[in-house]
Design a protein around this ligand. Structure first.
Ligand SMILES: [Zn+2]
Length: 346
């Protein structure tokens, strides 16, 4: 009997799109979206929030890819990797997805109203492929008052089959009226043992160093991966420089000059963890430290300052961290912080 087309051997589908991988700690969020989609109850806007280094933007793009695929796997939600939607998405040319972000030339990192207006137009168009349209706004906290108001109109009058994904590390900075119109998809840091197991499979680094990197990343595995030996070495230099400052070894301007050449946001974050660990030592024997490798050093430091000084300085550090996002002169910002630290002890 002649073989019909249907009797031809079928190759197992090994056509998952390249790089299509959902991080283990994002599986819950992914499953939630897939299930809601299968039940045809997708919300028109999702607010994906969480610490940096958790792959939130990655998740948004994966959701977009799945929505733009015409034959996603009904159980896993994974895109087929073969349809026209998948192809256009993979080459970055799908007409039914728009990304809204700050102008790369912009120093303020703000999303301008002109860009948001383009979205309104995109929202009103019908999908070119007859399926979903996806809008990714990242970082959503980059919207200023005008662009946020412009987006609000889109959120208030959603067009069917348009899904808006807002990605942010700081959901509190979004207008309350925007937040209230989104379904929240908070991404939590994975439990430390799970994160360590994942990291161990990615890099050949001794376990204690991986744990340190993870602690310094506040539990965010992708941030932990970025902390190489040089960065950790630089941190050691900085912590000593900071605590030697009050002994008169360095001037505010010399420290500031060195610090602004580094990743300042990272440095201020680390400074906040040194202060937090000192506060922990002052209230007892801490079971958790952000800086386990500096335990002895920070314990010694904790005996040199009053808890009032530490708490007052803590709020100054947080204040400086907020100001880093403005256009204030960073050199001046660091010098001011150091002078405040010195004044608190006099
Ligand atoms: Zn597909």
């Amino acid at each position: 009997m002649a073989k019909t087309a249907s009797q031809k051997p079928v190759t197992e589908p090994t056509n998952l799109p390249p790089k299509f991988y959902i991080f283990p700690w994002l599986q819950n969020a992914w499953g939630q979206i897939t299930q809601t989609r299968n039940e045809k109850r997708l919300h028109h806007a999702y607010l994906i929030s969480g610490l940096p280094g958790l792959g939130k933007l990655d998740l948004a793009y994966h959701i977009a890819h799945s929505l733009l695929c015409t034959k996603p796997d009904p159980h896993t939600g994974y895109p087929c990797g073969q349809c026209r939607g998948c192809h256009l998405f993979q080459v970055g040319n799908h007409p039914d997805i728009q990304r809204l972000g700050p102008d790369p030339e912009s120093k303020s990192g703000e999303i301008k109203v002109e860009a948001a207006r383009n979205l309104v137009d995109f929202n009103e168009l019908t999908s070119q492929s007859g399926g979903y349209k996806v809008i990714i706004i990242a970082p959503a906290d980059g919207m200023n008052r005008y662009s946020a108001n412009s987006l609000l109109k889109t959120l208030e009058e959603p067009t069917p089959f348009t899904i808006i994904l807002l990605v942010t590390t700081q959901p509190g900075r979004l207008l309350a009226t925007i937040r209230s119109r989104c379904q929240h998809l908070p991404i939590a840091v994975p439990p430390e043992p799970e994160a360590l197991a994942w990291l161990t499979a990615q890099v050949r680094v001794p376990p204690d160093q991986l744990q340190l990197a993870l602690r310094l990343a506040h539990g965010a595995p992708l941030t932990a991966l970025k902390f190489n030996h040089d960065i950790l070495q630089q941190r050691q230099t900085n912590v000593r420089m900071f605590f030697e400052f009050t002994a008169g070894k360095h001037s505010p301007s010399s420290i500031a000059t060195q610090w602004i050449q580094q990743d300042l946001a990272q440095l201020i974050d680390w400074l906040s963890t040194w202060i937090a660990d000192i506060a922990r030592f002052q209230t007892g024997s801490p079971v958790y430290l952000d800086n386990p490798d500096l335990a002895t050093y920070l314990h010694t430091q904790s005996t040199k300052y009053s808890s009032v000084t530490i708490h007052k300085f803590w709020s100054k550090v947080l204040n400086t961290r907020q100001h880093l996002q403005t256009n204030l002169n960073p050199q001046l910002l660091i010098e001011t912080l150091l002078i405040q630290w010195r004044d608190l002890q006099s």
